[in-house]
Write a protein that binds this ligand. Structure first.
Ligand code: C2E
Ligand code: MG
Ligand code: MG
Ligand code: MG
Length: 295
């Protein structure tokens, strides 16, 4: 009986594998067509900063979506990891870069949006590829946008497998005026010493640390550490995934000045330029004092 059960399991396993293979082949075919059929969309999530006049939207993060003809609007998790595995990411990242720059060029003509910057996520393999610098130059030439309004976001991941190349690429991009952000900062297992060697402009604190803010002293300590690290290194900091006024107040009191998260706005297909009045009011004076209570 044991043997039969084992056999059944083996069969089920094989059937799953085949299903999976069929699914992968289909996905690959669909991805191949997706750019040609113009099925990708960019959604924009506001990035807000505390300035003289309170909280203002200063930029937008470009987040890809796939308007799949059968399956509806797909989030990046449904296809970006697969695209990275199979190499389709090259065309996708190029598409996003171009589409985001074209949008930035439109904003430059619009008084309500011309002050905005755009942040673009780049897969680290693509970032480290030989053609990347050339790809960026082409897009800048084509669109004529101001490079100082562009920020490229990369995660530590494979970036650190080739520090020398990462550094050269970053220097090259910075010489064009583009800034570099390290995304999901704090979630990698890497040593911090690479921060000394890489010309990074911005650290984006991963939102996973914010979730446990109220009950996790460890998370609070890590956040405080990252905030101190950024200020000591003279690197700008963005707190991602801020969902509640209490999280915002806590971060603000700790010295954080730039934020993203559902509290300020979700990703939408047309860049948002105004904060809701009640959210805008959170940026008023006195916010620094209202933190001692519940997080
Ligand atoms: P990311 O760059 O760290 O983007 C932040 C993700 O967190 C986004 O998910 C955003 O919608 C979500 N988020 C923002 N604020 C909140 C919040 O307050 N609460 C919660 N629960 N979530 C929040 P999304 O759009 O699904 O993107 C997931 C990841 O996919 C991105 O993480 C990025 O690594 C990758 N990605 C997105 N667009 C692109 C792209 O154009 N190219 C590449 N290579 N990767 C992309
Ligand atoms: Mg990002
Ligand atoms: Mg992130
Ligand atoms: Mg992330």
């Amino acid at each position: 009986a044991a043997k039969a059960a084992g056999g059944d399991r083996a069969c089920a396993y094989r059937a799953d594998m085949e299903q999976d293979m069929v699914g992968r082949v289909a996905l690959a075919q669909e991805l191949r067509e997706a750019i040609r059929r113009d099925e990708f969309r960019i959604y924009f999530e506001p990035m807000v900063s505390l300035g003289e006049t309170g909280l203002e939207i200063v930029g937008q993060e470009a987040l890809i979506r796939w308007e799949h003809p059968q399956r509806g609007l797909l989030a990046p998790i449904a296809f970006i990891p697969f695209a990275e595995e199979t190499g389709f990411i090259r065309d996708i990242d190029r598409w996003v870069l171009r589409a985001a720059a074209q949008e930035l060029a439109r904003w430059a003509e619009d008084p309500a949006r011309r002050h905005l910057g755009v942040s673009i996520n780049i897969s680290s393999a693509q970032f480290l590829s030989e053609e990347f610098g050339q790809m960026v130059r082409e897009v800048l030439d084509e669109t004529g946008v101001d490079p100082t309004r562009i920020e490229l976001e990369v995660t530590e991941g494979t970036l650190l497998s080739n520090l020398g190349l990462a550094r050269t690429t970053m220097m090259d991009l910075r010489s064009l005026g583009i800034s570099i952000a390290l995304d999901d900062f704090g979630t990698g297992f890497s040593s911090l010493s690479y921060l000394r060697d890489l010309p990074v402009d911005v650290l984006k604190i991963d939102r996973s640390f914010l979730g446990g803010l109220s009950d996790s002293k460890a998370n609070r300590t890590i956040l405080e550490g990252i905030i101190g690290l950024a200020s000591g290194l003279g690197v700008a900091l963005v707190a991602e995934g801020v969902e509640t006024p209490a999280q915002f107040a806590w971060l603000r009191a700790k010295g954080c000045r730039t934020f993203q998260g559902y509290l300020f706005g979700r990703p939408v297909d047309e860049a948002q330029t105004q904060l809701a009045p009640e959210v805008s009011a959170l940026g008023g004076h006195g916010g620094d004092r209202a933190v001692s209570g519940q997080i």
